[in-house]
Design a protein around this ligand. Structure first.
Ligand SMILES: Nc1ccn([C@@H]2O[C@H](COP(=O)(O)OP(=O)(O)OP(=O)(O)O)[C@@H](O)[C@H]2O)c(=O)n1
Length: 400
């Protein structure tokens, strides 16, 4: 069994070995390598204490030194090197309240969440797989290391990680692990909303976004938030979600599409999503079932209210969730939209042939009235793009 470890990570391991310490890549990167997926980052676990790691490497950052983590910088990449540790209970779903360092790799692997995440590897020692993680990977099983209730009690976020990994990898959750999820679910209430959101977003952009319904079926959602729980209850037959591009705002809008836009916003704010995503989801939720008539002025009007990307997303969304008769006319809408772009019709206020300043220079009184005139001219241009000429618009303005 050979894993292709990046050279810099390999060098760090070799240097630690040369100083008499054990060191391995561990966790997600081993799991992903064995699955032929590209790991996001390469974490290293070692018997060296943080101070000893810092003595060996010239460039380090104290990322989470109280939890044993030092980032070793190689060129522009940083590698997190963490001392073998035994964790106490987690305080925020991310970091344990207390940690105890150990010299024993098995102790370090024992404290990890799932067998598939509890493997270590080095070129020198090969794969260290004490809990049969490789077998579970082959059989497609998410199973806690040791006693599932203990693992979930240490950190309730792991409950959601179990559902997320099963969605991402298309794995099933093993019986004892599943039972423990139901029992420990109320502890989810203690986990920070940001961490919950990160897991939910990863689940939604995965290959199986429809498994979001499991968050309800496993009884976790009431402990995440009341409104979110209500929203999940209304979901069924979400197979089409996977046809949406794997972009966060598209998938969130997909599961929230039956909500009122303001409820969707409330759910996402509560889950601490970023403002950009919230505003994109709000637009899609408000517009996905508003049929756009097959006429260019109406299409220009919709386009003018959205960024070009979001307008494309809206069409994509309508294609997937739109009703049958509308899908036929949607083809025409798309054709017209392409013509509008090709002909460079004016669909943005900033592209209008007349500005507020020019209206003032022509004698209009500065003030709110200017905005009203510009809006009226813009309406006209959306209806008749050929009127987007300075003379025509100035003449029209005089009549307003
Ligand atoms: N609540 C958690 C979080 C992490 N881990 C352990 O720490 C490793 C690294 O965690 P993280 O980087 O958060 O996740 P990954 O497993 O790497 O997965 P992904 O990159 O997909 O988030 C995990 O593999 C697992 O061994 C854990 O036991 N319990």
């Amino acid at each position: 069994m050979k894993i292709l470890v990046p050279q810099a990570a390999g060098n760090i391991i070799e240097q630690l070995n040369a100083h008499g310490f054990e060191a391995y890549v561990v966790g997600g990167c081993v799991r992903d390598s064995l699955l032929n997926r590209t790991p996001e980052d390469w974490d290293i676990t070692t018997s060296a204490k943080p101070e000893q790691v810092k003595d060996i490497f010239p460039r380090t950052v104290d990322t989470g030194i109280q939890h044993g983590t030092v980032t070793v910088l190689c060129d522009k990449t940083g590698y997190e090197v963490t001392t073998y540790r035994i964790d106490g209970e987690y305080e925020d779903g991310r970091h344990p309240k207390s940690v105890e360092f150990t010299r024993n790799l098995e102790e370090d692997l024992k404290r990890r969440d799932f067998t598939i995440n509890a493997m270590a590897y080095s070129d020198r020692d090969g794969l260290v797989d004490i809990f049969d993680g490789q077998k579970d990977l082959e059989q497609g099983i998410i199973r806690c290391v040791g006693n599932a209730r203990d693992r979930f009690t240490e950190d309730a976020l792991r409950i959601l990680r179990a559902v997320r990994f099963s969605a991402q990898l298309g794995f099933s959750i093993e019986e004892e692990t599943r039972k423990a999820i139901t029992v420990i679910a109320p502890n989810m209430a203690k986990v920070s909303k940001e961490r919950i959101q990160v897991e939910l977003s990863k689940l939604l952009v995965s290959k199986h976004p429809e498994t979001i319904v499991k968050v309800n079926e496993c009884g976790i959602s009431p402990y995440i938030s009341g409104v979110f729980h209500q929203a999940l209850k209304t979901l069924s037959g979400e197979e089409n979600l996977v046809r949406l591009p794997d972009k966060k705002h598209m998938r969130w809008a997909g599961i929230l599409r039956h909500q009122k836009p303001e409820i969707a916003v409330e759910i996402l704010r509560d889950l601490k999503l970023d403002n950009d995503t919230i505003s994109q989801v709000k637009t899609l939720v408000a517009l996905w079932d508003q049929e756009i008539p097959e006429d260019k002025p109406a299409i220009r009007k919709v386009m003018s209210g959205l960024t070009p990307e979001l307008f494309q997303d809206l069409l994509y969304f309508q294609n997937i969730f739109g009703r049958k008769p509308y899908l036929e006319s949607l083809k025409k809408v798309e054709e017209f939209a392409n013509e509008i772009i090709r002909d460079k019709d004016c669909i943005r206020l900033k592209d209008m042939a007349v500005t507020g300043r020019e209206l003032i220079a022509a004698g209009r009184k500065p003030g709110p009235e200017i905005g009203e005139v510009l809006d009226a001219l813009f309406e006209e241009v959306l209806k008749n793009p050929e009127h987007n000429k300075k003379d025509t618009l100035m003449n029209l303005a005089e009549m307003l």
